[in-house]
Design a protein around this ligand. Structure first.
Ligand code: HPA
Length: 254
């Protein structure tokens, strides 16, 4: 049986679609995850769902217990993990309403607990992070979105900012010079913790706004008007992930 894990972002806090749903409360050596895990089925696929920002309490990106989140998910041995994340886009060719599956990242965050390696074991582990996403999971998602005919951008660099404030126009200019395409606040340390745990991980991004200082965000980013676009792109992303899990040949992932 295929088991997939979904980490919901700002547009996805629960999964009412799950049948035979159970809530799993897991205390981890790193504390409590953002919310209880929801475990259930969509068709034949077992789905583990975690709301990254929590359920009743909403944790801002810099206050999320990423270590507990990934640890709790790993206890349920999913075949792969997909993070959902809303982002702003930098280049004028990219538009709000599109989806993207990045293939690189630059981490601008600071002060987040970003490793399970805390100097209390005999060895120091340096994970390889040349390619921060699992290529096979990326391909599964891209194939599934092609089959559903959703417009999706293959690749691009996700710049992870500390938040919770949005960026200044000059910060966005600097990130453009660095080669960043999409800006969000939650990909790190989620991606590197997944790698430490050997969990195949990819992110599907919902582009909800132009980045600060660009196009329609030239003067400001009006976050209050983004809910319709977030809802639509999140729904499409969920369909893509579920289609990808239907198509999964687990042996190909190993
Ligand atoms: N910047 C950072 N995080 C975001 C943005 C943005 O423009 N849009 C959605 N999440």
């Amino acid at each position: 049986m295929t088991t997939i894990a979904i980490i919901g972002g700002s547009g996805l806090h629960e999964m009412p679609q799950l049948s035979d749903k159970k809530e799993v409360f897991s205390e981890t050596p790193w504390g409590m995850p953002s919310a209880p895990l929801e475990v259930g089925f969509i068709g034949k696929t077992k789905v583990v769902f975690l709301s990254r920002h929590g359920m009743s309490v909403r944790y801002p990106p810099h206050m999320i217990n990423y270590r507990a989140n990934l640890w709790a998910i790993n206890q349920l041995s999913p075949d792969f993990v997909v993070g959902f994340g809303s982002v702003g886009c930098i280049s004028p060719e990219d538009k709000p309403g599109m989806l993207a599956i990045p293939d690189q990242l630059i981490d601008y965050t600071w002060g987040r607990e970003s490793s399970y390696n805390c100097g209390d074991s005999e060895t120091i582990v340096h994970i390889d992070f040349t390619n921060p996403f699992d290529e096979k999971v990326r391909e599964l998602l891209l194939d599934a979105s092609g089959a559903l005919s959703y417009p999706i951008i293959d690749g691009g660099v996700y710049g992870v900012t500390q938040g919770p404030r949005l960026e200044t126009a000059s910060e966005v200019d600097r990130m453009a010079r660095d080669g960043v395409h999409y800006i969000g606040m939650t990909l790190m340390p989620e991606a590197c913790l997944a790698r430490e745990l050997n969990l195949p991980y990819a992110m599907i991004c919902q582009i909800v706004n132009h980045a600060a200082g660009r196009q329609t965000s030239e003067e400001c980013i009006d976050f209050t008007n983004l809910s319709e676009i977030l809802e639509r792109t999140t729904k499409q992303s969920l369909e893509i992930v579920l289609k990808a899990s239907e198509d999964l040949n687990i042996d190909e992932l190993k």
